[in-house]
Design a protein around this ligand. Structure first.
Ligand SMILES: [Mg+2]
Length: 377
């Protein structure tokens, strides 16, 4: 069995938990600070009850409810809370995955009482953060995610053999993960209305089970300049480069880290992979072989993000301002999970990256590149 834990109105609930004046009120979190010229990126349940939802222009939300409370989104707060919840869930010692900033998946296998476990998790999250989660329990991820949505907020829903047919019959198809967009609309146009209709046509869609070891990745092997350390990351993508001369200028070194990060990111995207672990390797006369890594909860295949993470590794563990001869950037902890960006900045960057990839695919690698990387040429 698997547990899908989905936080209820996550950003809005965090704002209400932090500021009790907002508790219980209709509230929207806007993706930008100008409250009349932004888009709702989260709505509290009191706002949802009025018909306000995420994706709606804030002006429209205010026309529905002039007294609406407004808070501008603060990514750092939400990411921090998300990471704290992840840490809390890790304590259970069961295979755990980040599904998105506010969704977590726990594989409970043949755990004797998953319902009790789910209740415990809900209680713990509420006690620690003063926000609620809805939990779905089922045999597959898809069904567990569906179950988590059926009794929001603060829900706890099991889909098992006893209620499988009944639940699928009464659940509209577009509630199912992946059926909200064109595919779902196409199937609905063909006359499939409920999840049960889809099950009758495509039963295997529902029975897919969790294989934590079945994530595809690649091991490009060691390239000439890489030290043996890279072997510690069995599934990784890496690029390294030996500079033409010893280099101490931090800007040039950073430029090379950016180049390598972008190269690694482009390969991850080609293979539809995302990574949680960034490893930085540096070689120089004073530091010898320096290697350190950090694993983050949120996966990425954005070169800029990988670069930022590599710089943090360097700032934290590497001796200050060393002479450098060679540099390597490796991304590990790979998976093919699609991550749905929620934050405006992430969505903007995703669009930007796609555009850059298209340009480089058409006009040749490096046709368009970050300005900083010119220092590395
Ligand atoms: Mg949620």
């Amino acid at each position: 069995m698997v547990l899908h834990i989905d936080m209820d109105a996550f950003f809005a609930s965090i704002e209400q938990a932090i500021n009790p004046r907002l508790a219980g009120k209709p509230l929207i979190v806007g993706s930008r600070g100008n409250k009349m010229r932004t888009v709702v990126c989260a709505a509290s349940y009191a706002a949802k009850a009025l018909g306000i939802h995420s994706g709606m222009p804030s002006r429209e939300a205010f026309s529905i409810c002039p007294d609406l409370e407004f808070v501008a989104a603060d990514q750092s707060k939400y990411i921090w809370t998300s990471e704290q919840i992840f840490e809390l869930l890790k304590e259970y010692g069961l295979p755990l995955k980040y599904a998105s900033i506010d969704e977590f998946q726990l594989e409970v296998g043949t755990y004797p009482d998953p319902l009790n476990l789910a209740q415990k998790i809900k209680t713990q999250i509420y006690a620690n953060f003063n926000i609620t989660a809805s939990v779905g329990i089922a045999k597959s991820w898809l069904l567990a995610k569906l179950a988590s949505k059926l009794d929001k907020p603060d829900g706890l829903t099991v889909i098992d053999d006893s209620n499988f047919e009944q639940t699928l019959r009464k659940t509209p198809l577009d509630k199912l993960c992946g059926m909200g967009g064109k595919i779902g609309a196409g199937l609905i146009a063909q006359g499939l209305k409920s999840c049960w209709d889809l099950y009758l046509n495509l039963p295997e869609f529902f029975t897919e089970s969790y294989h934590s070891s079945d994530k595809s990745g690649e091991n490009p092997g060691k390239s000439g300049e890489n030290p043996g350390k890279f072997d510690e990351l069995p599934k990784s993508v890496s690029h390294s480069y030996t500079l033409s001369s010893l280099q101490r200028n931090p800007q040039v070194i950073q430029a090379w880290i950016r180049v390598l990060s972008e190269m690694v990111a482009a390969r991850l995207r080609q293979k539809n992979l995302t990574s949680v672990t960034v490893h930085l390797w540096l070689n120089g006369p004073e530091i010898g072989n320096f290697g350190a890594q950090k694993t983050h909860q949120l996966a990425t295949n954005d070169g800029y993000e990988i670069y930022q993470r590599a710089l943090k590794v360097m700032a934290k563990s590497c001796p200050k301002n060393p002479k450098i001869r060679a540099i390597g950037v490796t991304c590990g902890g790979l998976s093919q999970d699609s991550y749905q960006p929620l934050l405006k900045e992430e969505i903007r960057r995703e669009g930007l990256i796609k555009a850059l990839d298209r340009i480089n695919n058409r006009f040749g690698e490096g046709s368009i590149h970050p300005a900083i990387t010119d220092l590395a040429r």
